[in-house]
Design a protein around this ligand. Structure first.
Ligand code: FES
Length: 112
């Protein structure tokens, strides 16, 4: 397993998201309180960055700006149409104030 530090926790306001790159793969990191979640930054319905969408702090979802599908940030599953396929999620955590993605190697391979 490879890990990569992608940004400081303080770079992301609670309830906001940030696009980072893990190798060639775009990843959106979402912060809820002091927890972080990471998903492939590409809607499963079309090639649109989820990081451009709005985070729902209470529902723990991020909404695609193109057609409005909402994705659960913990599982990557869409809970509204038109998207029907999940987006890949990665294991993210905070270490000494830095956001770390644990399965960076897998992110690079799988989520292009
Ligand atoms: S492109 Fe994201 S819901 Fe259509």
């Amino acid at each position: 397993m490879s890990t990569v530090t992608v940004c400081a926790l303080s770079d992301i306001a609670p309830g906001a998201s940030k696009r980072v790159m893990v190798g060639p793969t775009p990843v959106v990191v979402v912060r809820i309180d002091d927890s972080v979640y990471a998903l492939h930054d590409k809607c499963s319905h079309a090639d649109v960055a989820l990081s451009d969408g709005e985070v729902d702090y209470d529902l723990k979802t991020i909404e695609c700006i193109r057609h409005g599908s909402r994705f659960e940030i913990e599982t990557g599953r869409p809970d509204t149409l038109p998207a029907t396929q999940p987006v890949r999620v990665f294991t993210a955590r905070v270490v000494d104030g830095q956001v770390v993605i644990d399965d960076a190697e897998q992110a690079t391979k799988d989520a292009r």
